[in-house]
Write a new protein. Structure first.
Lengths: 154, 263
């Protein structure tokens, strides 16, 4: 990206400068929410450990299992590929498809990034999307369990 | 009572492996029945999160103690936080170590803060420093891509004519959402980037249906990481899950905006 900007500054400095200014404005707009993001990350890291999240996913009972899997997805941090080995381990130990599907879908809800999302779209939008995402995870988990079980039975 | 011993082999005559997190095997011994089993360490190759996988394994085996040569402070604290005693500085064969442990002589000499921590997080300086370090690492890891995205948006704002976006996102509710879902499924990474890109697209007049679809599928559908998901959870699960997430994201996007408009 820096190389592209370098070339543009050498060839069409006016437009390159305008692009940089546009980017700077975006940075200024997200600076405050970004500092809140760091604060949220700190709180989550302080209070939660990956082991707690793994324990959440191992819960068997249906409603409690859903709530804990959804919570685990919501509070989980880091890239998804870092979670695959743990999910594989849980699956091999008999964890159901439903909690894993719920966990993966609920990762779309990121509490520590909410300041950024609210700054762009407003809190009403964020609440609606969050609720629908969690409800959507139930549908995904349900259909996935049914479809795979039907396939396995046939 | 079960104990986990890091080992270089699969039997009681194997040598105790020096590093717990990257040990080739774990020999799990039931001290009551003297039965044992050897389990390959999923994190033996030393990839990221190896120690964590070993912790999960010890917990899942309901181990009460871990016996090893060396255990990193982070892994050690995770084990202790889950009530697992950690004994380090051990060498010799698995059998030797096990016998010594049984005799309880090791317990007295080499115990490293054996008392498990109470549940709930005790906010102390060490924990705060660790949390700060982890958060700073996560934050710094997130920044380069975010900076790149913002710089790209700057270029996009200046060089891409607004007519171009209007030609893709025509204002048709279902089509816009479909384009958004396709766009979000291809792209991946930290979802903060989807908010920044979505916010900018929205400023350019792209409908909120499309933007919402991008935000949802950015995390829930992952074409880029599909091979990794297949490897971890199986082809059937990964393909069906991504297909279902792709499909359901369209109604969720439409419902979100519809409810927002009603409010």
């Amino acid at each position: 990206m820096l190389v592209i900007y370098g070339i543009l500054f050498a060839t069409i400095p006016d437009k390159a400068s305008a692009a940089l200014k546009s980017s700077s404005n975006i940075f200024l707009n997200i600076l405050m929410p970004l500092s809140l993001v760091f604060a949220f990350m700190l709180i989550l890291n302080l209070l939660l450990k990956p082991v707690h999240i793994v324990k959440f996913l191992g819960t068997k009972s249906s409603i409690k299992g859903f709530l804990l899997s959804a919570t685990a997805g919501i509070i989980s941090m880091g890239p998804i590929y870092a979670w695959y080995p743990l999910l594989k381990e849980l699956r091999e130990k008999g964890a159901g498809l439903f909690p894993i599907a719920v966990f993966l879908y609920c990762r779309a809800v990121k509490p520590f990034l909410l300041p950024i999302m609210i700054s762009y779209f407003g809190w009403q939008y964020v609440i609606i999307l969050t609720v629908l995402t969690v409800l959507g995870s139930i549908a995904i988990g349900y259909f996935l369990s049914i479809l795979i079980e039907v396939k396995d039975a046939s | 009572m079960k104990i986990v011993i890091s080992a270089e082999g699969t039997d009681l005559e194997a040598k105790v492996a020096h590093k717990f997190g990257t040990s080739q095997y774990f020999v799990i011994v039931d001290l009551d029945s003297n039965d044992f089993e050897a389990v390959p360490n999923p994190g033996a190759s030393g990839q990221r999160g190896a120690g964590m996988q070993a912790v999960v394994l010890a917990i899942s085996k309901d181990a009460k103690a871990v016996l090893t040569g060396y255990c990193s402070p982070a892994t050690c604290s995770q084990l202790k936080a889950n009530g697992i005693e950690v004994l380090t500085g051990l060498s010799g064969t698995v059998r030797d170590v096990m016998e010594k442990y049984k005799e309880s002589s090791l317990q007295k000499r080499m115990e490293v803060g054996a008392k498990p921590e109470t549940s709930g997080s005790q906010v102390n300086k060490v924990a705060l420093a660790q949390a700060f370090k982890s958060s700073a690492k996560q934050f710094v890891n997130m920044l380069p891509i975010l900076v790149g995205v913002v710089l790209l948006i700057g270029l996009f704002n200046i060089f891409i004519p607004k007519d171009f976006l209007a030609s893709i996102f025509s204002g048709n509710l279902a089509l816009d959402a479909l384009w958004g879902v396709c766009f979000g499924s291809i792209l991946a990474g930290n979802s903060i980037n989807s908010y920044v890109i979505g916010g900018d697209l929205s400023n350019h007049g792209v409908s909120l249906f499309a933007v919402t679809a991008i935000i949802i599928t950015w995390v829930t559908v992952g074409l880029v990481q599909l091979p990794a998901e297949i490897a971890a959870l199986g082809k059937k699960f990964a393909l069906l899950r991504n297909a279902l997430c792709f499909t359901i994201s369209i109604p969720i996007a439409i419902l979100t905006v519809a409810i927002l408009n009603i409010i």
